[in-house]
Design a protein around this ligand. Structure first.
Ligand code: AMP
Length: 431
């Protein structure tokens, strides 16, 4: 029989690496709490129409990367539906915002999520078919100040703080404005016109994009096309006064807070719903897939999926890429050792050993429990790999109430009364 393996583009995350994932998530939750964000958990699958409308039919995600299936009706009262594993979480959050009428509170909603997303992309380092995103959205009625450039700057400042607290060194914030949809239409026309005389020399993808969605030409990575792209008009020149002022207010607030950024005229992002501010944080250590996170403002998204006017700004960070970056920065992460390994001497001591482990664990110690069927030499070898100290538990120890503890880093062996054991193990002599 062929052995079954995890599906291409998916991975098992194992300890000790999962400890790093947990640390990243705990840091993110702590930072989000300080900025008064609350957690939202939306379903992993949704009606396909949510993504085709909310993300855009023309995007790579919707046109070729979604996991979509016909979900058969199981009863007369049900309809057969077309469902999709979420490729991103913003559309789901905005659907929930509309469905639960969160706009009627009149308050700005500040929501974060952590969870798996699914895209049928070509797998490579840093790019998977199931990956995890940590993201947040600030959304609300205009009367709650949801359009304010201060919201954009605050989200960016929060991201800079989060990356710093995670220990990500040397990130770059790329910032741009794609303006209003009218600005973008104007820019599309300017691009289309500028592409006419040069597109014949460009790659096949660009030739197609020049017709369907000229903005996407700016995403092209083909080296030979780059000098041509550098000659194309920039979107900054197509922005109207309101969009220009909005962007200027964002950068002024970032300057005041001391958050560094670079203006990147080519940053137009892959999703259709963005308006005005767009951004990406990159990291040099990631290679080809160098984006740690991306985001931007999406003032028209709620209306696109049938909701009220609800401007918003948000981002999604690739958690897999945060892990890769931290592992590259610190390849030899120290092994975590538990406080004590309890070695029962003989199987008759197993039950007493479980009781001792229970006592110590309830006092907060990290304890590994051995097995009395092991010879003492085997217990010592196992303990040396997992614990800072070994506790021997035999007949004598039970009789006298005095236990033998050996500390592996100092090599010192100590007799410790059972009542003092927890304190001793927590602060071993010489530690
Ligand atoms: P997007 O939703 O496309 O704006 O992506 C936001 C972030 O999610 C990116 O900057 C990446 O860090 C991460 N990301 C997107 N797609 C993948 C993928 N297939 N595998 C791993 N991370 C991804």
């Amino acid at each position: 029989m062929t052995t079954l393996k995890a599906v291409r583009g998916t991975r098992d995350l194992l300890p000790p690496e999962t400890a790093l994932w947990n640390r990243i998530e705990a840091t993110a939750r702590a930072v989000f709490a300080r900025y008064n964000f609350g957690e939202i958990r939306t379903p992993v699958f949704e009606d396909t129409a949510l993504f085709s409308r909310g993300v855009g039919e023309e995007t790579d995600i919707v046109s070729k990367e979604m996991y979509t299936w016909e979900d058969r009706a199981r009863a007369q009262s049900e309809k057969t539906q077309t469902l999709t594993l979420r490729p991103e979480n913003t559309a789901g959050v905005v659907r929930a915002y509309i469905e639960h009428k969160l706009g009627e509170t009149g308050q700005l909603q500040k929501l974060y999520y952590i969870g798996p997303q699914f895209r049928r992309e070509r797998p490579q380092k840093g790019r998977y078919r199931q990956f995890s995103q940590i993201g947040a959205e600030v959304i609300g009625p205009p009367s709650a100040g949801s359009e304010s450039p201060l919201r954009d700057a605050e989200v960016l400042e929060m991201l800079a703080t989060l990356l710093d607290e995670l220990g990500i060194e040397g990130w770059t914030l790329h910032l741009n404005s794609v303006g209003s949809s009218a600005d973008r239409a104007r820019y599309n026309d300017a691009l289309r016109a500028a592409l006419v005389p040069v597109v014949g020399q460009m790659c096949a993808d660009c030739q197609r994009r020049a017709v369907t969605n000229p903005l996407r030409v700016l995403d092209c990575k083909v080296p030979a096309d780059q000098p041509i792209i550098d000659t194309l008009p920039v979107i900054a020149d197509s922005l109207d006064e309101a969009s220009k002022a909005h962007f200027a207010a964002v950068t002024a607030a970032l300057d005041a807070a001391g958050v560094p950024y670079t203006r990147n005229h080519r940053l137009v992002r892959g999703l259709d719903y963005y308006t005005r501010t767009t951004f990406e944080f990159t990291h040099g250590g990631l290679g080809a897939q160098n984006a740690l996170l991306g985001g931007g403002r999406y003032d028209g998204l709620s209306e696109m999926i049938g909701g009220p006017k609800a401007p918003g700004i948000g981002f999604a960070m690739g958690e897999d890429r945060l892990v890769l970056t931290l592992q590259t920065q610190n390849p030899a992460a120290p092994q975590v050792l538990v406080d004590a390994y309890i070695a029962p001497v003989g199987e008759a001591m197993n039950a007493a050993a479980l009781n001792l482990a229970r006592e110590l664990r309830r006092q907060g110690l990290w304890v590994e429990l051995g097995d009395g069927s092991f010879r003492l030499k085997k217990s010592f070898e196992a303990a040396d790999k997992t614990a800072r100290q070994i506790v021997i538990l035999g007949e004598d120890e039970i009789q006298t109430g005095i236990l033998t503890v050996k500390n592996f880093s100092t090599g010192v062996q100590t007799k410790v009364p059972r009542g003092e054991l927890a304190v001793f193990l927590a602060e071993p002599a010489g530690a």
